[in-house]
Design a protein around this ligand. Structure first.
Ligand code: SF4
Ligand code: SF4
Length: 122
């Protein structure tokens, strides 16, 4: 499970450059360079089409905080499980990422295709 840092501040899952998800999905099954990968778990912060999702996100956040239920969507932590379709990457083994740490980038992304795993290498 890699340590995950993410610069995508426009994503609703981003909290202080960490990702609040326990597991993300990286796409790019024919990617040969970093720019051809993407974080498919990206969801634009505040976009109207995810209003209901944002609502349930807040609910699960306060629920988890209230019960002290340990690591959950509400607590950004350094490590996340990464399902990755970029099978050309040297860190990819059976669609799982085995890098020690990865960096997801995409400064002003408004859709997942504008994000990328900058750690991709082949
Ligand atoms: S872009 Fe991906 S890695 Fe970054 S915060 Fe969003 S879901 Fe997490
Ligand atoms: S480092 Fe490679 S295997 Fe890991 S998420 Fe990035 S592209 Fe996928």
């Amino acid at each position: 499970m890699p340590e995950l840092k993410c610069t995508v501040q426009t994503c609703m899952h981003n909290q202080d450059y960490y990702c609040t998800l326990d597991k993300i999905q990286v796409g790019g099954n024919s990617a040969k360079k970093a720019e051809e990968t993407s974080c498919d778990s990206f969801q634009e912060r505040g976009a109207s089409r995810i209003d209901s999702a944002a609502g349930s996100y807040s609910n699960s956040y306060s629920g988890a905080a209230g019960t002290g239920a340990g690591k959950s969507m509400g607590s950004a932590s350094a490590c996340s499980c990464v399902d990755c379709q970029a099978v050309q990457c040297k860190y990819n083994d059976s669609c799982q990422c085995h890098a020690g740490k990865i960096s997801v980038e995409g400064g002003n992304a408004s859709q997942s295709s504008q994000t990328a795993c900058a750690t991709f290498a082949c």
